[in-house]
Design a protein around this ligand. Structure first.
Ligand SMILES: Nc1nc2c(ncn2[C@@H]2O[C@H](COP(=O)(O)OP(=O)(O)OP(=O)(O)O)[C@@H](O)[C@H]2O)c(=O)[nH]1
Ligand SMILES: [Mg+2]
Length: 419
């Protein structure tokens, strides 16, 4: 797999699992750049990290100074090991240097040398916390951390050193603690004094490192499978959740529609019943008798009958409207609204404004074709209502998320194949 493909694949996974950015960066290193075992130093600035690496390598590769010196990552390959010098951590100033250190420790390192100068006495809270994380990470990724106590030549005597070592050991459990002195080692080497070299602790550290290095291939394999399996598990859990949410929403959608349709059937049936007495007239339908000039200002039987029909029609409209409101249909969709608010109702849109004659009532409420139209058109406005539209949107989002999850699963499969 080439870098570009990996990055595309990783992008698909991160889109769904944003908290896996660091893990994917680590996988990128494990899968793509099959580098030599990588050892990185980590610790507060000026604790002797760079100098320790120089001593381990046997050359003055990394720059050493009595101030904040290393500010970015420096890499050196020596005897099939990749040595990585990182900037010192500084709890007081969270700077970009710390990002480099983070990258070195979490993305690049197979083995971490946690450096602490005994001149400082015990570990501070930040060091302790980071070490604890590294210890937990070993249980997870099998990446080893060695705790190196530097500058032991600065101790007045062995007892003091032992004392500090003991208290540090009680601060973090489960770590190999290795006291060293870079200066003693250098003097021992330069002056051919094997005893000094021995006492520097650098030899013991080198041996511990040799063992750690021999574990790296197996650890890497373990870490790769661990990361992939975890992400796979996370994705399939996410998929199950989204699948069931989708199902739930679809059910709600169907149920709501069914309730609306069936409720409307009932309302329209009831309207038929209520209208029956008004429609059942024997003999002449007075409502059909037009007014004349002479009766213009008089109450006539025709006017009374037409008023009756209108009232009955209004009642039917009120019944339908309360059904609509119960189901969240409170107005016309925006694109159908006019400047006349009183006409901007679903009732007017579907039924018209007023009905005067019995035949109108009959044709609206008693013919199958009209009845079907009412069901269809009210349902149309039901679907346009805010609640229904929100449900549709939610369903779209879930469908999109599901598609992304499936995409991420395919991407992960591709990583599994090359890992
Ligand atoms: N006496 C003594 N001094 C040491 C030892 N190791 C390092 N030093 C000195 O401590 C100072 C800091 O050493 P560096 O190796 O630059 O420290 P660092 O941790 O890399 O510092 P940053 O790069 O700033 O994070 C230098 O003056 C070193 O010579 C040691 O074992 N004994
Ligand atoms: Mg340094």
């Amino acid at each position: 797999m080439d870098i570009q493909t990996f990055d595309e694949v990783a992008h698909d996974i991160i889109a769904v699992l944003p908290d896996r950015v660091t893990d994917l960066a680590r996988l990128r290193r494990l899968i793509l750049s099959v580098t030599y075992p990588t050892i990185t130093v980590i610790g507060k600035y000026n604790h002797g990290k760079s100098r320790l690496l120089n001593e381990l390598i046997g050359h003055d590769i990394f720059s050493v100074a009595d101030k904040r010196e290393t500010i970015s990552l420096a890499e050196y390959i020596h005897h099939e090991v990749c040595w990585l010098d990182a900037p010192g951590l500084d709890a007081d100033v969270a700077t970009v240097d710390d990002d480099y250190a983070f990258d070195a420790v979490w993305t690049q390192a197979d083995i971490r040398l946690f450096v602490h100068s005994v001149r400082e006495g015990e570990l501070d809270a930040a060091e302790q916390q980071l070490l604890q994380q590294l210890v937990s990470d070993f249980r997870y990724s099998q990446r080893q951390t060695l705790l190196v106590l530097t500058q032991i030549d600065q101790m007045p005597d062995q007892v003091t050193l032992e004392h500090i070592k003991q208290s540090i050991a009680s601060q973090v459990s489960g770590l190999n603690i290795l006291p060293v002195s870079a200066t003693r080692h250098r003097q021992g080497v330069e002056n051919s004094k094997p005893l000094l070299v021995e006492k520097s602790g650098i030899v013991a550290l080198s041996q511990a490192l040799q063992y750690a290095i021999s574990q790296v291939p197996a650890a890497r394999q373990h870490e790769k499978s661990q990361l992939l399996a975890e992400m796979q598990q996370q994705l399939s859990q996410l998929k199950t959740e989204r699948d069931s949410l989708q199902q739930q929403l679809q059910q709600t959608q169907q149920q709501q529609r069914q309730d609306f349709d069936q409720g409307l059937v009932k309302v329209l049936d009831k309207i038929r019943e209520d209208l029956q007495p008004i429609l059942d007239i024997i003999g002449l339908d007075e409502a059909l008798v037009p007014d004349s000039f002479a009766t213009m200002y008089k109450v006539t039987a025709g006017k009374q009958q037409r008023a009756k029909v209108q009232i009955a029609y209004s009642r039917a409209c009120i019944d339908i409207n309360s059904h609509l409101i119960r189901h969240g249909v409170v107005g016309l969709p925006e694109n159908q609204q006019t400047s006349v608010k009183s006409l901007d109702t679903v009732i007017v849109a579907v039924l018209g404004i007023s009905v005067k004659f019995r035949d109108h009532l009959r044709s609206i409420f008693y013919t199958d074709i009209e009845r079907e139209r009412l069901q269809r058109e009210f349902a149309f406005y039901f679907e346009k209502s805010a609640g229904r539209q929100a449900l549709v949107k939610q369903l779209q989002q879930v469908a999109e998320q599901l598609a992304n999850i499936v995409q991420a699963q395919i991407a992960l499969k591709m990583l599994e194949e090359v890992a």
